[in-house]
Ligand binder design. Structure first.
Ligand code: ADP
Ligand code: MG
Length: 240
């Protein structure tokens, strides 16, 4: 589904991503781990085309994601992204937050969009909150709305950048639960997270990044139990 080839990203003179190569197949759940500043967010942002790579190629379903053409918009619509901060629209209800893009961007009938939003709210366990405003929700609830909002565009691939890092500890579980559910339903996902237990449970591949490189890539059991590289071992020793 996604193929990244020789991706390089520079900010000025600083090379933040160095010759990144990886593939994501349909139904893959790929987790990216690594120390702060290693380039995880930049990599996701390049895949989502929120950031342009300095060099290298990203293919989505074998179509190269170039910079200009209309195809890019179409391709971007097939990716959903969830960030650490939920960025819900404060002046819109939960339901309106979810239906806004489907109605405006995808030109879906309001009735249909509302029906779909209600289904998605049930999926994330917030069926009761359709009429609520974001300020009345907890952090975990807001993040679940943000996930539902992304899902409302029916993306083929979901990207998550530390979706639980800004949450109080007691709210982390409910968000991970929703992501597990998506994984079990076969959603293709790339997830940056520091939740190692979760990574091990849901992923079929883990990438360890350090200094702008993918240092090591393996199945979760192999990577967590038998890390090959010293840098991976050092990182895991600190976080596990
Ligand atoms: P991670 O998500 O792994 O913590 P990031 O991808 O956010 O890492 O950042 C990788 C490096 O790129 C860091 O050194 C960071 O300071 C730098 N960086 C990220 N975004 C920018 C930017 N817009 N301009 C300049 N440097 C940036
Ligand atoms: Mg980051």
């Amino acid at each position: 589904m996604i193929r990244v080839e020789h991706l390089q990203k520079k900010f000025g003179n600083s090379e933040v991503l160095k010759d990144i190569n990886f593939k994501v197949d349909e139904n893959d759940v790929v987790v990216i781990i690594g120390p702060s500043g290693s380039g995880k967010s930049t990599l996701l942002r390049c895949v989502a085309k929120l950031e342009n790579a300095t060099s290298g190629d990203i293919f989505f379903n074998d179509t190269k994601m170039t910079e200009e053409d209309h195809k890019l918009c179409e391709l971007k619509g097939k990716l959903g992204m969830v960030f650490q901060h939920f960025n819900l629209f404060p002046n819109l209800t939960v339901l309106q937050n979810i239906t806004l893009a489907p109605i405006l961007v995808k030109k879906i009938e309001k009735k249909e969009a509302v029906e779909d939003a209600k289904y998605l709210l049930d999926l994330v366990g917030l069926g009761e909150k359709a009429g609520a405003y974001p300020h009345s929700l907890s952090g975990g609830q807001k993040q679940r709305v943000a996930i539902a909002r992304s899902l409302a565009m029916h993306p083929q691939l979901m990207l998550f950048d530390e979706p639980t890092s800004a949450l109080d500890p007691e709210m982390v579980g409910e968000v991970l639960q929703v992501m597990k559910k998506l994984a079990n339903e076969g959603m293709t996902m790339i997830i940056v997270t520091h939740e190692m237990g979760f990574a091990r449970q849901v992923s079929n591949r883990v990438l360890f990044m350090d200094g702008g490189h993918i240092v090591e890539e393996n199945t979760p059991d192999e990577l967590f139990d038998h890390p090959i590289h010293q840098r991976t071992q050092d990182f895991l020793a600190k976080v596990l």
